[in-house]
Design a binder for this molecule. Structure first.
Ligand SMILES: NC(=O)c1ccc[n+]([C@@H]2O[C@H](COP(=O)([O-])OP(=O)(O)OC[C@H]3O[C@@H](n4cnc5c(N)ncnc54)[C@H](OP(=O)(O)O)[C@@H]3O)[C@@H](O)[C@H]2O)c1
Length: 525
């Protein structure tokens, strides 16, 4: 009886609250498990040209091309669209189509086999052998570009080539009012390099043509965060330091640095995750309601948050490096072994406390942590509300503060913990129950998968919508906050503390919380 009562209670709440805000991309009517109808729409786009520089690289194979294929399957890539891979390797058109077919079979989650779909997609593909920093191939590429349509140039190459690409697109006459460039992370290594890169790109393209990708912003739940905050009356009045005790943002990975050791050891968790992904999540949680859901209104508000961030005190930072793990199945090297430097001082884990110094948030700490080789893969934002000011039930009934938990991965969804009476006899005893909404469950077995981040972001580029992309001044402001933190630990010669692989990170991170009489939420899959 207790079980039935609780599960009915949990089901009723969140589906009603969130499904109205689901923005899908198919043209079918979906029915949730609870029976609501949701219209999922493909927003049509005109035929376009998309050039993927680095079209043979890891990101293109794993993310960009499978994302385009899934959009093709959903009917959003119109007939006549042209996708051109470009890299130095010599491929014929057919050879590149075979290469892409293999990538799609490997990375597109089993959709490749539907009759004729893959062949249809491959027929949109072409390839040009090109050297980003020389003249080889550029005339050939320019000859294939179609006039009078959107042309997007995806820079999926190392950042040192971004300037060369921008310059050559321009000098070979491919930059038009309809041109857009998509720039992958990392966007700079520090404030100076970010300013220099912004200047280089600005010499050839307007800000409205530059799409700086942070794929976290393309995640369904991240956008739902805005729907939750600005589409409901329920939360917004409580969304401030009067009611929120603190906020925790966790991005935990189980993987190590893998084959990216060389890059990662020059970056570390602070540059690789904190300055971009975590900062963007913090902005969406903390920003004021924009006047409209349009690119500059949203980005203006995010920028104000970054500029209001307090500098971080050295004792409010915990840095760590993962240790090796033994065992047949799960054995892997330590961080230092993986990057090939047994004296490396780069962090694979960082936790810190900061404040947003404005009227809404003064006094509410934001705790952020991210790391590799942790106990579970989990990205979650926890908004911890304050205790009720007075318990009318007496202390023996127990007290439970509300918690709003926004899961970005895995199992995207939202949970609100509320206090209810424990069912049954025995007087007034209070307990926590989660009101739980997972997208997979809300949409039911017949639901269409929401598009992944790259699908959404690439189609936003084609549609010319910059809302989910970072503006140049945002990136610079984020570096301006990050640089002194890094300079501080470098000046003090700090060495990250070792932590066990498969743990929750170094003990220093727990002490950071314990000093404030708080605890991290568990890192759960
Ligand atoms: N992989 C990821 O998961 C990931 C995630 C986030 C961001 N990123 C960013 O995305 C970008 C690409 O990463 P990736 O992992 O795909 O790198 P990658 O596997 O090393 O691929 C690099 C690509 O660039 C091409 N390339 C290199 N030099 C070139 C030149 N001079 N002219 C033309 N093409 C050239 C390479 O092909 P050729 O050698 O044949 O020219 C290859 O196609 C990087 O900026 C990276 O930081 C990657």
């Amino acid at each position: 009886m207790r079980h039935r009562f609780l599960s009915a209670f949990r089901q009723a709440f969140f589906v009603g609250l969130f499904c109205g805000h689901f923005v899908g991309t198919g043209s079918t009517m979906l029915t949730t498990q609870q029976g609501q109808n949701m219209v999922s729409r493909v927003i049509p786009v005109d035929p376009f040209d998309l050039v993927i520089f680095g079209g043979t690289g890891d990101l293109a194979r794993r993310k960009i091309l499978p994302a385009l294929f899934r959009r093709f399957c959903s009917g959003q890539v119109p007939s006549g669209a042209q996708i051109i891979g470009a890299a130095r390797a010599g491929f014929s058109t057919d050879g590149y189509r075979d290469f892409v077919a293999q990538a799609i079979r490997e990375f597109s989650g089993g959709r490749a086999c539907e009759d004729g779909t893959l062949e249809g997609f491959l027929s949109c593909l072409d390839y040009v052998a090109i050297d980003a920093s020389g003249d080889q191939g550029w005339g050939d590429l320019a000859a294939r570009i179609t006039n009078d349509r959107v042309r997007a140039f995806y820079f999926s190459v190392g950042p040192r080539l971004f300037g060369d690409l921008a310059e050559r697109i321009h000098s070979y006459g491919m930059a038009s009012a309809q041109s857009r460039i998509v720039v992958e992370k990392p966007f700079g290594h520090d404030l100076d390099s970010a300013i220099a890169l912004n200047k280089t790109l600005a010499a050839h393209f307007d800000e409205g043509q530059i799409y700086r990708i942070d794929h976290y912003l393309g995640k369904e739940t991240v956008q739902n965060l805005m729907a939750v905050r600005f589409g409901n009356m329920l939360f917004e009045p409580l969304w401030n330091s009067q009611y929120v005790d603190h906020i925790q943002i966790t991005v935990a990975e189980t993987v190590g640095v893998g084959g990216r050791g060389d890059y990662y050891d020059r970056a570390g968790a602070m540059r690789d995750m904190m300055q971009n992904h975590m900062m963007q999540l913090l902005c969406l949680i903390a920003m004021e309601p924009p006047a409209k859901f349009d690119p500059d209104s949203v980005r203006d508000e995010k920028l104000k948050v970054i500029r209001a961030l307090d500098s971080v005190e050295p004792h409010h930072i915990a840095r760590g490096q993962y240790l090796a793990q033994d065992g047949d199945e799960f054995a892997h090297p330590s961080y230092r072994e993986a990057v090939g430097d047994d004296r490396s001082r780069t962090e694979s884990y960082i936790a810190l406390k900061t404040h947003v110094s404005n009227w809404r948030w003064a006094g509410t700490p934001f705790y952020l942590r991210t790391g590799k080789r942790l106990k579970a893969r989990s990205s979650v934002i926890n908004v911890m509300f304050k205790d009720a000011p007075h318990s009318i039930f007496g202390e023996e009934a127990g007290r439970h503060a509300n918690l709003l938990s926004i899961r970005l991965q895995p199992n995207e969804g939202i949970t609100l913990k509320v206090t209810i009476k424990e069912p049954g006899q025995g007087g007034m005893r209070l307990m926590d129950v989660p009101l739980d909404m997972s997208f997979a469950e809300a949409l039911g077995p017949d639901g269409e998968d929401p598009p992944d981040a790259y699908e959404r972001l690439i189609m936003d580029v084609i549609r010319g919508n910059q809302t989910l992309f970072m503006r140049g001044d945002e990136v610079e402001a984020a570096w301006a906050w990050t640089d002194p933190i890094i300079a501080g630990w470098q000046a003090r010669g700090e060495v990250p503390k070792p932590y066990d692989s498969g743990s929750a990170g170094p003990g220093d991170a727990d002490q950071l919380m314990a000093r404030d009489k708080r605890e991290w939420r568990g890192i759960n899959p």
